[in-house]
Design a protein around this ligand. Structure first.
Ligand SMILES: Cc1cc2nc3c(=O)[nH]c(=O)nc-3n(C[C@H](O)[C@H](O)[C@H](O)COP(=O)(O)O)c2cc1C
Length: 141
């Protein structure tokens, strides 16, 4: 059974919807899923997982959330996570391309193997929710 950790930051609930969708889908596909807001997550949640997903809104211009998510991900930099499968999902109000591009670039530089990215403007559409379930299944494989 694959171990999947889904770690996210959300205040308004948009990211949380995607995180829940991905978690349900990975669980249905047979994975053992840990779903946590980043303030409750530990580095061990990442190290123990076969696949991880990180979710954050765009905040402070072109950045992931800075108070909690940024330091959490920064702390992964020198850990043995090379080639671990990873999905990134983000929501934004106005910035799109640069936000996810920069984030994906950083995560790849840590050695993570990106399985997919989902970027949503505010509330996810039906199609974007479906894509979240596809990514959940990928995490479970
Ligand atoms: C304090 C704050 C700062 C934000 N900064 C940005 C930003 O720099 N760029 C952007 O595209 N959206 C920005 N947004 C919009 C959020 O990314 C967007 O509302 C997102 O869907 C929130 O996700 P959540 O509902 O999971 O909390 C900001 C929102 C807040 C509340």
């Amino acid at each position: 059974m694959k171990k999947v950790s889904i770690i996210y930051w959300s205040c308004g609930g948009n990211i949380e919807i995607l995180a829940n969708m991905m978690a349900d889908s990975a669980e249905e596909a047979g994975a053992d899923v840990t779903l946590k807001h980043v303030t409750d997550a530990t580095i061990q949640d990442v190290l123990d997982a076969d696949s991880v997903a990180f979710g954050s809104p765009a905040m402070d211009e072109d950045n992931i959330e800075q108070q909690d998510m940024q330091p959490f991900l920064e702390s992964l930099r020198d850990l043995p996570i090379k080639n671990k499968n990873c999905v990134l999902f983000g929501t934004h109000g106005w910035i799109q391309d640069t936000f996810m591009k920069l984030w994906a670039h950083t995560m790849k530089s840590y050695g993570l193997n990106l399985l997919g990215e989902l970027i949503v403007k505010e509330t996810p559409t039906k199609e974007q929710l479906e894509y979240a379930t596809i990514l959940g299944k990928k995490l479970a494989q």
